[in-house]
Design a protein. Structure first.
Length: 278
């Protein structure tokens, strides 16, 4: 069970969906708290029109859409400008998560979220810009021309010159101490951005293992592996309760933490997430 401290920590959580999951579970999504931030995940091959339409439906339901904008899928600055206008005019989007994108192929002029913000198109047109945080590292950045530290430093510098609020939303992780150690390193490097911690929602352990591998979750995946010991457990469900209680408890001891909220990755398990929250 979630303790009272954790329940307070879950206030104003956000959630991530794909357009397909949104449409399939719209009757459940409507039960989320009003003004919940709903991120729209970018899936390779997905038509931009689907994301724009999903964002509009989210807005119409009284929630706040946060579409992923994947740099490697955008041809050039003009294409980006047209995309942002469509989001704003057709869907009322004023917040977005900027990412490189999972594909290895670069379709245009942009390779990373840094390239996107350097266009100047996000300086005044968005209320809030989210960047991905990686407590256990990131394979794409580690293989690129800049380090994780430099990448976060550039994003922190961007927060000093933009009118938008800048927030780090992290990849999910299963080890609360790794998250806290990562935050300590950020602070030592002079990076004091607000942090929303990614948390895997309730789902089958085998599904979560697959998603974890696909998403590049680091050493904390061993916590899952330790829970899958024997055929009988293969079909059991994962619950983040223990992780959330431990994280909330440790965060409460640090008055200077930048960790503010939880961002859920439900992997389609909207009903299970609602049960957890309620």
């Amino acid at each position: 069970m979630l303790n009272e401290l954790t329940k307070d920590f879950l206030d104003d959580f956000s959630v991530e969906v794909t357009p397909k999951v949104f449409k399939k579970n719209i009757h459940l999504i409507q039960k989320l708290p009003n003004k919940t931030h709903i991120y729209i995940a970018h899936i390779d091959g997905l038509q931009t029109s689907e994301i724009i339409n999903t964002a509009k439906e989210i807005t119409d339901l009284g929630f706040i859409p946060v579409p992923h904008i994947a740099a490697r899928q955008i041809e050039n600055k003009r294409s980006l400008e047209n995309l942002l206008k469509a989001y704003k005019n057709e869907s009322g989007v004023s917040e977005a998560l900027l990412i490189a994108g999972s594909t290895d192929k670069i379709y245009g002029d942009f390779e990373s979220s840094i390239d996107l913000i350097q266009t100047g198109l996000f300086d005044s047109s968005f209320k809030c810009i989210y960047f991905a945080g990686h407590p256990e590292g990131n394979r794409d950045i580690e293989a690129s021309r800049i380090s994780l530290k430099d990448s976060l430093g550039l994003k922190s510098n961007f927060s000093d010159i933009t009118d938008a609020k800048v927030i780090l939303t992290t990849q999910f992780c299963f080890d609360e101490q790794k998250i806290l150690d990562w935050e300590d390193l950020l602070i030592k490097d002079g990076i004091n951005l607000p942090i929303h911690i990614g948390v895997a929602g309730p789902t089958k352990l085998t599904n979560l293992m697959r998603y974890s591998i696909d998403c590049g979750v680091g050493p904390s995946i061993k916590i899952l592996e330790d829970n899958i010991s024997g055929v009988g457990k293969l079909l059991t469900n994962y619950s983040p309760n223990i992780f959330l209680n431990a994280l909330a408890s440790k965060i409460s001891l640090n008055k200077n933490t930048n960790i503010q909220k939880v961002h859920f990755y439900p992997f389609g398990g909207i009903k299970e997430l609602l049960n957890l929250y309620n």
